[in-house]
Write a new protein. Sequence first.
Length: 439
Amino acid sequence: MTAAASEVLQFVSKNDVKFIRLAFCDLSGRQRNISIMPSELERAFEEGISFDAHAISGFSDTIHSDLYLFPDPNTISVLPWRPQQGRVIRFYCDIKDSEGQPFWGDARAILKSVVKKAEKSGYVCKVGAECEFYLFKTNENGEPTTTPFDNGGYLDVSPLDRCENIRREICLCLEEMEIKPESSHHEQGPGQNEIDFRFSDALSCADNLVTFKNVVKSISNRNGLFASFSPKPLPDRSGSGLHINLSLCKNGVNIFKNSCTEHSEEAESFIAGVLEKAPEITAFLNPIPNSYERFGAFEAPSYVSWSHGNRSQLVRIPQAKMEKVRMELRSADSSSNPYLAFALTINAGLYGIENKLKLPPAVNVDLCEADSSVTDGLVRLPENLREALKIAESSEFVKDTLTEQILSAFIAVKSEECDKYEQAEDKYGYFLSDYFLKL
């Protein structure tokens, strides 16, 4: 047993911990967990806790259905919204098969492998996530409705912004869990919010993002509200994105940090790699049919392009100084599996550096308003999930990054979802019944 695991066992015995959640994500990014009692934790560290993988879509068949969760002791976190007497703690887990080998479908392990690849090349990638979500009212039975909690707009204050106390409670809860929120505000849509937390290494950011969504939903539910991370929950209102901010350090120095108009060749090649591979990875950044209803409106991109400061682009370089200079990928949304999304995006950037790709000219126009004389010369992002899946399926880059097994399983699961969506006469009704409550 590792020293970290021994320290965790001591913490559990001294701090009135009564329940332990072992958490992981399925291929679609949905968090799953098993609760165990403290007496089982030592066995979990040494032998793992089994679960039925066949019951997790895309994971396994009935013949090879036993997989095991091994808690990562470095991810221990007390859940502040649970009782302080008889505490509940949570770990993120490594997934292994019955032979003790890493499970091919463990998305967290995939991200770890990309992080190690970057480190071998001398780079450390820092990631920051900007995550938007809506707050909706619930009915007399506590079931979610599509009525927004308020009618506020961008950066509004109380009383138009009725969400401020919820955001405050969420931020305080995140701080208790040692996730450092930097800012929070009301977004453009009614009942729409954004909370940004501090940059960290890629694995920690992905873990924190999964935790963040769980905190937002739990705190909202405690206040009689429903939090939705759906990409486009209201057809005529602003969509909710997951903006992925990336910077790259080499020898402790941010290679993006020169200035907002001039970057190192490595930084430009990194951005060029992300741009080149964007269509191939879109199915993983935007993995449900509703994702594509967000593109092309309310500052959500629909073309493969970049510039400084311009929020209509796929990639923008925000106006910042020194260590804060970074690239922002604006297409992703929170229906994605963050481990797979980050792994593909970072590896696309590394691909650009390895191949010394040249950054194309910036597109310094508002692409939401631009005419065909501008847009005809640009590559479009996939216009629907079916198209995105076809591009991903033929991508050697995606296959090499994620393994052929993950790609095949993901394509199979998502193709079935496409079939059901395309057959539905009422597309919005299908979204509400099959996605809205789960996201």
